[in-house]
Design a protein around this ligand. Structure first.
Ligand code: DGL
Length: 256
């Protein structure tokens, strides 16, 4: 829990390999009015999900060295792959709180039937993902790695929200599908339509967690919120963020 002076002076830093985490940034910014955010990305080195774990760790720790210099109130790992491979080491190294998004297996499994989890190759191969499935999967999870899907979405992001991603998806008849990579969240409409079932992601759960962590109870509309974009293709990230906000404003019933 943080007092109001620190809250006003220090930003929350949000990190993803590319544009995927912008979905989570939008949800965090919405739930934490008056909080400043800095979005750090690494668009030119993604997709992280197809890199060896040691390389992902190196890139994530490089990004966090820059994040730490901003003296953040908290950091949000808006990348399932980076959470799976690095969150424990990040928490050990830094004294600010670090929260991370994970595949939303628990709520998806709770509706019953087969649960298809789509994630990057690195996430699916990780020990923490195996543990998540063991803990919450109830024997109902089929996990499928989707090599190339995050990079495809990153490259075709201007088509949001109408992507043709069918070539990357397994033939399957699930009762629920988990979007276990923040890039896939952009294609939620298309993926949910292909499988004719509800899609789950960790966006709102992670954003709610941040709000609780910051101790935000009421809406602080007095202080204007500042959102900056750093590193990687920050101009593209800034543009896509505006696209998300426009889409959200036009579709008030969409849950971010
Ligand atoms: N957006 C990231 C995730 O949630 C991964 C994308 C990538 O492979 O770089 O896993």
């Amino acid at each position: 829990m943080c007092d109001d002076n620190r809250f006003a002076a220090r930003p929350v830093c949000v990190f993803d390999s590319g544009t995927g985490g912008l979905n989570l940034l939008a949800a965090c910014a919405e739930r934490c009015p008056g909080t400043d955010f800095i979005y750090f990305a690494d668009n030119y080195n993604m997709p992280y999900g197809s890199l060896p774990p040691e390389k992902v760790k190196e890139l994530v720790f490089d990004a966090f060295a820059r994040i730490a210099r901003r003296n953040p109130l908290a950091a949000v790992v808006a990348c399932n792959t980076a959470t799976a491979l690095c969150i424990n080491d990040l928490r050990e190294k830094y004294d600010f709180p670090v929260i991370g998004i994970q595949p939303a297996i628990k709520p998806a499994v709770s509706i019953g039937g087969k649960c298809l989890v789509l994630a990057t190759p690195a996430t699916v191969a990780s020990r923490s993902f195996t543990e998540l499935c063991r803990q919450y999967g109830d024997g109902a999870v089929e996990a499928v790695a989707c090599p190339g899907l995050a990079a495809y979405i990153e490259e075709h992001i201007a088509e949001y929200p109408d992507f043709d991603v069918s070539q990357f998806l397994p033939a399957c008849n699930p009762a629920s599908v988990v979007l276990g990579c923040t890039h896939y969240v952009f294609a939620e409409k298309a993926i949910s339509k292909i499988y004719s079932c509800p899609a789950f992601d960790g966006i709102s759960g992670t954003a709610d967690h941040l709000r609780t962590l910051l101790g935000i109870k009421a809406k602080n509309r007095l202080k204007k919120q500042k959102i900056e974009f750093k590193n990687g293709d920050f101009e593209k990230n800034s543009k896509i963020y505006s696209l998300i906000i426009d889409y959200k404003n036009k579709n008030k019933n969409v849950n971010f």
